[in-house]
Design a protein around this ligand. Structure first.
Ligand code: GRF
Length: 188
């Protein structure tokens, strides 16, 4: 199973996938490429260091969101992936991309969807005062953090939590769920 992983930042969840592949824990998964929507991400840097092909389709290079979306779609299609994984990819993709990867675009989100979608799922859960949040791995459709849920797990919020401490605990679970999801998909 070939995957393309999209990142916008640190790529620590991606690193967990890279490590799982290297350790032989995902025997049928090949990371065909890692792409970003901007230059200078650590996610792309660490992938290159791991010998994985990388690309950037820089959002700021495009006058029009549709043109960027088209370029991203074409670039991802060029790797003929079975799945595209958004792992901290913070840019909303358009219809052309969703249609090209209909049912094969996987997203991870640091909250229990459908609660707290959007870019600040951890902060919003804390601000609301919920006592339990978590993370979700799902097939992404055209909405913001919507689409069929594949795996989900709860994480308790502690009174002393800040956005950073909570997000770090969520990410530990998120990595495990993402790897388990990829193992499931590769087995089918
Ligand atoms: C993850 O929690 C992901 O769900 C969210 O951003 C985080 C990515 O972290 N959208 P990293 O770049 O893998 O460290």
């Amino acid at each position: 199973m070939r995957i393309v992983v999209l990142v916008s930042g640190t790529g620590s969840n991606l690193q967990a996938v890279i490590d799982a592949v290297a350790a032989g824990d995902l025997p049928n998964v090949e990371i065909a490429a890692v792409g970003a929507d901007k230059h200078g991400t650590y996610g792309v840097q660490r992938s290159a260091e791991a010998g994985i092909e990388t690309f950037v389709v820089n959002f700021k290079d495009f006058a029009d969101r549709g043109d960027w979306n088209h370029a991203l779609t074409e670039k991802c299609l060029s790797y003929a992936p079975d799945y595209v994984v958004s792992s901290g990819f913070m840019r909303i993709v358009g219809e052309e991309f969703i249609n090209a990867f209909d049912g094969t675009y996987i997203n991870t989100h640091p909250a229990l969807l459908p609660s707290f979608p959007g870019a600040h799922g951890v902060r919003d859960a804390l601000a609301y005062g919920v006592k339990v949040t978590g993370c979700t791995v799902h097939i992404a459709d055209a909405g913001v953090d919507t689409g069929p849920i594949l795996r989900q797990e709860a994480v308790a919020i502690e009174e002393t939590d800040t956005e950073e401490t909570l997000h770090e605990r969520i990410k530990v679970v998120e990595r495990r769920l993402l790897i388990a999801t990829l193992a499931d998909l590769a087995a089918n």
